[in-house]
Design a protein around this ligand. Structure first.
Ligand code: FMN
Length: 491
């Protein structure tokens, strides 16, 4: 916002000077030359910016361009296949489905189908009839007393705080109307999550909503949260792809009374989410924690989310399942290229296993242990189109989550400002004047539409592949260029 104000001000001053020159050439020119001279003197005397000292006046062009570079790039330079982390084609896919408009693409693919990372699915000469409704997935192993019937596509974890209240409300109403779940993210359950949609309560290392004053896990408070009728499943967040092994900080300035109440912390204090859990420190203790949460929640499905790092640690968790007989009901696999509100750049860029390899590793390890039937695999990371769902299911996932896809459905324009509280689309901000632009009564429909349309597209792909059940989907359907992907090489 500040950038836009400064830029507009500069443009206004320049126009005013041009107008003066046209109307009163002598006075106008004097003002113009005087201003340039003053700016030049200031640039030479200031010590902060080398470019301005070395190139007085002219150096400002660079700073002005930098100010609006992301917008200029997106509006004028970016092609349909450009744009990071989500390219324009994918963003448009969501916008069109969310608005239920123009779902076709003209003139053929723009993708480079000869590139090494191009993937495609095989269709059948004998397509299956398209299903009328997307199949649902029952989550809940033998120890679960309240299994949950989940949609194939759901809202991934994003906390109130990372998203504004209108965004959270619209997501939850969309989930209610569309029949899918909404993961709270690690920031606890707010009233905005309780609009009637199914909720997955996420427990991060800060145990928000279920913590003692010293930040440890409180079983008493957890029982209250997990007992809420909207809460259908509980997810222990071990790690998240965009910042695995990194904790979080809720700064005192952001920790207002409302957030403090939701999270169960003291207002106006800085609150840390440590990198690791205090409730367990080895696989056996993790299994004990899962078993405790299951009892405390009255037998609701309990799972954990992770971005794979050290493979041995995951194998050790599976060994602990075998040894103790306790298993999670689901495991959510996040890829290193997953999204976040804010994360240190090196954690986002270089820590954790990329999505495809991670999903294959988790699925194969569970299969090796004979656990894949009982433990459902949920996955998120750039699941934006129906082909992404199709591919994830072929690789072995049972169902998918989306965070950034759902943000786009809410009107996110990928301004890349989630970490500044200045999201122009009113999604990832708590500033009132920005949030007010996001009208809940309109945007929940977009969320519902996106879910409905992507699953409809998915059913078309499934029919084209010749499959009438998701259990028929396998890695054989996904190809990289001429060869079926050598899945071995991914591990
Ligand atoms: C704004 C934002 C906030 C997020 N907050 C959380 C969180 O609280 N807990 C979590 O496990 N993941 C969080 N994530 C990660 C997502 O749940 C998801 O795993 C990841 O972004 C990959 O999915 P996507 O590619 O569909 O965005 C967040 C992501 C975004 C974009």
């Amino acid at each position: 916002m500040k950038r836009i104000v400064v830029f507009s001000l500069v443009v206004f001053i320049i126009l005013a000077i041009v107008w003066c020159i046209v109307e009163w050439p002598v006075i106008g020119l004097s003002i113009a030359v005087g201003s340039v001279f003053m700016i030049g003197i200031y640039d030479l005397l200031q010590k902060k910016h080398t470019i301005l000292r070395n190139f007085p006046v002219l150096g400002h062009i660079r700073f002005l361009s930098e100010m609006i570079a992301p917008e200029l790039h997106q509006y004028f330079v970016e092609s349909d296949t450009d744009g990071k982390p989500i390219d324009r084609n994918h963003r448009s896919y969501v916008y069109q489905r969310a608005k239920k408009e123009n779902e076709t693409h003209p003139f053929g693919t723009e993708l480079n189908v000869e590139s090494d990372d191009y993937k495609w699915m095989s269709h059948s000469i004998y397509p299956a009839p398209k299903l009328n409704e997307a199949p649902r997935v029952i989550i809940g192993g033998k120890a679960c007393k309240q299994p949950y019937s989940a949609s194939l596509f759901n809202i991934s974890a994003m906390s109130f705080g990372a998203l504004g209240k209108n965004a959270v409300k619209a997501l939850n109403i969309g989930a209610r109307e569309g029949g899918f779940y909404h993961n709270t993210g690690e920031g606890g359950i707010s009233d905005y999550h309780l609009q009637g949609g199914d909720v997955v309560y996420q427990l991060g290392t800060g145990y928000f909503g279920s913590r003692n004053e010293d930040g440890t896990f409180s079983s008493k408070k957890f029982k209250v949260q997990a007992g809420k009728s909207e809460v259908k499943m509980i997810e222990i967040k071990i790690s998240q792809g965009a910042k695995p092994g990194h904790g979080g900080v809720l700064p005192a300035a952001k920790n207002n009374q409302e957030i403090a109440n939701i999270r169960g912390v003291k207002p106006n204090t800085t609150v840390l989410s440590p990198p690791g859990h205090s409730a367990f420190s080895n696989p056996t203790e993790l299994m004990q924690f899962i078993s405790d949460l299951r009892d405390l929640s009255g037998g609701k499905p309990i799972g954990f989310k992770l971005c794979v790092g050290n493979k041995t640690e995951f194998i050790e968790i599976c060994e602990a399942m075998k040894r103790t007989g306790v298993k999670p009901d689901f495991i959510t696999v996040d890829g290193a290229e997953g999204g976040t509100g804010a994360a240190p750049i090196d954690f986002s860029n270089y820590v954790g296993m990329p999505w495809e390899s991670a999903l294959l590793f988790v699925v194969d390890t569970l299969r090796d242990f004979g656990f894949k039937e009982e433990i459902k695999v949920i996955t998120a990371t750039k699941i934006i189109t129906s082909f992404d769902i199709f591919k994830a299911l072929c690789l072995g996932a049972d169902l998918c989550n989306s965070a950034r896809g759902m943000m786009l459905a809410l009107g996110c324009i990928q301004a890349l400002k989630c970490n500044t509280n200045n999201c122009p689309a009113g999604v990832a901000t708590n500033k009132k004047y920005l949030m007010n632009g996001l009208v809940v009564s309109e945007k929940w429909k977009r969320v519902k539409n996106y879910h409905e349309e992507i699953l409809n597209d998915f059913l078309e792909l499934m029919a084209a592949s010749g499959c009438s059940e998701t259990s028929q989907l396998s890695r054989e359907f996904i190809y990289r260029r001429e060869k079926a992907i050598s899945w071995e090489s991914y591990q």
